[in-house]
Design a protein around this ligand. Structure first.
Ligand code: ATP
Ligand code: MG
Length: 284
């Protein structure tokens, strides 16, 4: 679905502010995956994902979306941006219309669709993020924080992308808002959407991603299953990253000789393992 080869991006080349933001990134995101991208602030996460829908172009190297080279002169950038929906950090800062419905309809309205088809896209996207239909006729500015975020994401989903790329989607939300949004994103993935999630929250990543790409100073430092990456707490620590709190507790138990598998990094997984150990101990 998305492939990069030796991708590099330099901001303001040749100026005193020249910055090599990402260097030699080669990765392949397959259809149906849920990939988390983590890395210290300034490690190049946002720069990388903006290449996935051709918002940024490689300084060198290549990006392919569904096999199409995004920097080829004939590449259809509109089509690429429809296929790969990108949700910026704080997307609700970009509301433009007087109702939520019109805001979500903004993208599809530019696609020469009938009014009925546009309405269908809007209702489908609103349902995916769990926005109640009665909110559609409100001003986007009258929604709660969590609703605003979901409405903004619905605007991207209304284009029916095959890949949804989200930059810090839960930033600034309260715990209930975070959980609600993550649950919705997980559901979309279960229904076939390919998802790329950039987050500073290891708990969010642990709850959702199947695979994690770790960026460090613009390069890929690790790329593997969630269990694999979170079992490398020391290496992550050296890059200024943590592991989920549950992983820390499980590592402490392992040090005390308790037999716990690697793949335990969410509260639910830990609960199952601990209840299993308890039951086993009581049988003996
Ligand atoms: N438009 C720009 N011009 C110059 N330098 C930039 C620009 N955008 C980003 N950078 C620099 O490129 C590097 C990578 O930035 P990027 O925003 O991709 O990092 P990030 O991992 O998304 O960080 P954060 O976690 O803070 O969002 C940083 O050193 C940043 O200062
Ligand atoms: Mg960023």
């Amino acid at each position: 679905m998305i492939k990069t080869q030796g991708l590099c991006h330099v901001y303001q080349p040749g100026s005193p502010f020249e910055k090599h933001a990402i260097e030699d990134i080669s990765l392949h995101i397959q259809k149906g995956e849920f990939v988390g991208i983590i890395g210290h602030t300034g490690s190049g996460k946002s720069t990388l994902i903006q290449h996935f829908n051709a918002l940024e172009m490689p300084t060198s190297g290549k990006v392919y979306v569904d096999g199409v080279d995004t920097s080829a002169p004939k590449a259809d950038l509109r089509l690429i941006r429809r296929k790969v929906g990108l949700v910026f950090q704080y997307p609700e800062h970009q509301f433009m219309e007087e109702t939520v419905r019109k805001d979500i309809a903004f993208g599809p309205s530019n696609l020469r669709l009938s009014q009925r088809d546009i309405e269908e896209c809007v209702l489908e996207a609103a349902a995916m993020v769990g926005l109640r239909p009665e909110l559609l006729d409100k001003s986007p500015f009258d929604l709660s924080g969590g609703e605003k975020r979901r409405a903004a994401i619905a605007g991207v989903l209304a284009m029916r992308p095959g890949v949804l790329v989200l930059d810090e989607p839960t930033a600034g939300l309260d715990p209930a808002g975070r959980d609600e949004l993550l649950t919705r994103i997980k559901e979309m993935h279960e229904n076939g959407l390919t998802v790329v999630l950039v987050s500073h929250s290891m708990e969010d990543i642990a709850k959702t991603a199947q695979r994690i790409i770790v960026l460090n100073e613009g390069r890929i430092a690790m790329d593997g299953s969630t269990a694999y990456v979170f079992s490398h707490a020391d290496e992550l620590g050296a890059m200024g990253l943590s592991v989920p709190q549950v992983s820390v507790v499980m590592a402490l138990l392992r040090k005390q000789g308790v037999s716990i598998p690697d793949a335990v990094y969410t509260v639910d997984q830990a609960k199952r393992v601990i209840i299993g150990l308890y039951n086993k101990a009581h049988k003996e």
